[in-house]
Design a protein around this ligand. Structure first.
Ligand code: URA
Ligand code: SF4
Length: 208
């Protein structure tokens, strides 16, 4: 972690950002929230309606599902960091355009470089593709990426990158819910549990 001051400066830049057209329709930008010492960072796609109104990530129905997935694996929401690929809500919840993702990407990079997470969990296709590209990995779709733990370097930080479905996708398509739960239980939980019980272990020690 850098200083809280640096973080607050970044958050206020995001709150007043006009670097892409999404600023015109937003109520509030949503920088992200959580522990600046977090070992684990969750990255979603973009704020939805509730997030746009409250200025906080994952507070609507997808957020409720994320909360219950976290508590099912014994993780307190306040101990992780949660953000999105783009910080402003796309009108009507459409997917963000590539140019918007690109314009907003420096903020995500700065968040990663400040928080230095050991694990990033990308939620859904847009987050998965964006983080794979940031890591220099080839993106072949969420089905190929899912259940893999990739060791990557982003902004000079060595970390584990995991991709799973977006909680909102599991709400629309209940068939995905079991797979999402399975990913939390069998991919995310072992990583997080490992860091809890051996906080000082290096990545090398943990994965040998
Ligand atoms: N969906 C997202 O991708 N992010 C949020 O913050 C809320 C819903
Ligand atoms: Fe700025 Fe990102 Fe919001 Fe676009 S989405 S206006 S780049 S903060």
């Amino acid at each position: 972690m850098k200083s809280r001051e640096d973080y607050e400066r970044l958050a206020s830049e995001i709150l007043s950002c006009t670097k892409c057209p999404l600023h015109k329709s937003r109520s509030r930008a949503v920088p992200g929230e959580g522990s600046l010492d977090a070992d684990i960072m969750f990255v979603g796609e973009a704020p939805g309606r509730n997030e746009d109104l409250e200025g906080r990530p994952f507070v609507g129905s997808a957020g409720k599902l994320l909360d219950s997935l976290l508590s099912s694996i014994g993780v307190e929401r306040s101990t992780v960091y949660i953000t999105n690929v783009v910080k402003c809500r796309p009108p009507g919840n459409r997917e963000p355009y590539d140019e918007e993702v690109k314009a907003c990407n420096p903020y995500l990079r700065r968040q990663i470089s400040m928080i230095k997470p050991k694990v990033i969990v990308a939620l859904g296709r847009v987050a998965g593709r964006t983080l794979y590209e940031m890591a220099g990995l080839r993106w072949s779709g969420i089905r190929a990426a899912r259940r893999r733990v990739e060791r990557v370097r982003i902004e000079g930080i060595d970390l584990m990158l995991v991709v799973t479905f977006h909680p909102a996708a599991a709400l629309y398509n209940p068939g995905l819910r079991g797979e999402l739960e399975d990913d939390f239980n069998n991919v995310v939980a072992p990583l997080v549990g490992g860091f809890k019980t051996a906080r000082r272990a290096t990545l090398e020690e943990f994965f040998k």
